[in-house]
Design a binder for this molecule. Sequence first.
Ligand code: AMP
Length: 199
Amino acid sequence: MRLILLGPPGAGKGTQSERLVTAHGIVQLSTGDMLRAAVAAGTPVGLEAKDLMARGELVPDEVVVKIVADRVEEPDAKNGFILDGFPRTLRQAEALESMLAQKGIKLDSVIELSVDEDALLERVERRAREAAAAGKAVRSDDAPEVVRKRIGDYKSVTAQLKPFYSERGLFAVVDGMAPIENVTAAIDGILADTRASAS
Ligand code: AMP
């Protein structure tokens, strides 16, 4: 099972990924996590990525593609993976396609968790208010203007990726505003269809 999960902040990608990891024995590969680890370890990739990440800019395509190419070769990814935060550009999508083809790996599906932008902002703002009321620290990336920017960035990403993966018959959309169980059921349905059409 190899899939790409797309969705803006607050769409529930983390929750659904955890469930998919448990249900299918696959790994979640987040390029953001991998880059943060590289920065913390002070590797050459980390040194290159550090300032760009701090400014919220994208790390060069070839750097990200290389870390993904290396990571999918590791034993724990042999059974399958969920790509999270990658690809983020058309060039990355093209590079991923040729890299997987070279490795003889087939991508099963690209699933977008779609959300209602106003409801999403409300959800994130409520989370911030509740945290503040409980005397907890409010996540800095939950500030409404930051969330708006992250949603905007995300929209330009999907605008590029949706046509690319739709042309290849891989793109599917799930209502990310539905209850968690329903979202999981919808994703399972897509994956079951994918398996059925492959066999
Ligand atoms: P994330 O945790 O996915 O929000 O990623 C955090 C930061 O890592 C981003 O703001 C980028 O600087 C960098 N990053 C993560 N994934 C990618 C990617 N696919 N392409 C370029 N930069 C990335």
